[in-house]
Design a protein around this ligand. Structure first.
Ligand code: ADP
Ligand code: ADP
Length: 228
């Protein structure tokens, strides 16, 4: 778990309008923050800067009080789940989930890797599928594998980029419930990008609204969506 502080974060690609323009937001330890806004408003860019896949042009990013602007992704210890799942097709479900733990620098003993993969699979009901390849899974199962790969690392925070947008409505509902349950039981700080108002209302402690790179409003789901 971690506190994540964004202080006047700017991302400038080329010389156009900044993709992210002076965004400041203090995310509490264990908080679930939803990021909404029209396509192109800078949501993905902001997530990618937090996780370290994109340089920050100016401003400060603090994790538990420590400035991490110049830290490599691996040293930030955050887990990102992408919209397209980004699974390795040649690896089994179990190997996909274990992958972050088997990278050279992670130094997790193999016995513990297996135990942690097992725990993640239990939580996500993937036990029967550990030896299958991603191509033989449903969309919902693939999404679970992507989440398994995130939770297996005991990361300090989860960053979700529209994780359910490729699923049909029924599965989306199921996965929404699972994400809520998972986050409650793990208590992990989460930043979650979505277009779906139901997700924003049911998952978020707070909702942050971005528009043209500018943070326009930060409010509880109730304040934001309930009619007066
Ligand atoms: P969102 O996730 O809200 O749809 P993005 O963060 O993907 O928005 O994009 C924000 C803005 O930055 C858009 O105008 C987009 O075209 C621009 N952008 C995103 N990535 C790049 C890039 N690698 N190079 C140049 N411009 C980019
Ligand atoms: P390498 O270290 O061999 O270049 P990668 O490029 O796969 O390996 O990843 C580098 C580091 O970036 C990983 O150790 C991990 O900490 C981080 N990383 C990769 N993918 C993600 C992700 N989805 N979410 C968070 N961090 C990631």
């Amino acid at each position: 778990m971690a506190r994540i502080e964004l202080k006047n974060i700017v991302k400038q690609y080329g010389d156009g309008f900044p993709a992210v323009n002076d965004v400041s937001l203090d995310i509490a330890d264990g908080e679930f923050v939803i990021l909404v806004g029209p396509s192109g408003c800078g949501k993905s860019t902001l997530l990618r800067m937090i996780v370290g896949l994109e340089d920050i042009t100016s401003g400060d990013l603090l994790i538990d009080g420590k400035r991490v602007n110049d830290l490599a992704p691996r040293d930030r210890d955050l887990a990102m789940v992408f919209q397209n799942y980004a699974l390795y097709p040649h690896l089994t479900v179990g190997e996909n989930i274990a992958f972050p733990l088997r990278l050279n620098h992670s130094k997790v003993p193999e016995k513990e890797v297996r135990e942690r993969v097992q725990r993640a699979a239990d939580m996500l009901e993937l036990n029967e599928h550990l030896d299958r390849k991603p191509a033989n899974l449903s969309g919902g199962q693939r999404q679970r594998v992507a989440m398994g790969r995130a939770i297996v690392r005991d990361a300090k925070a989860f960053l979700f980029d529209e994780p359910l947008s490729n699923l049909d409505a029924k599965l989306r509902g199921q996965m929404r419930t699972e994400i809520a349950r998972m986050q409650r039981s793990l208590g992990t700080t989460t930043v979650y990008v979505t277009h779906d108002q139901t997700e924003a209302m049911t998952l978020g402690d707070r909702v942050a609204v971005l528009r043209k790179g500018v943070l326009q409003q930060v409010a509880s789901p109730r304040e934001l969506y309930e009619q007066p």
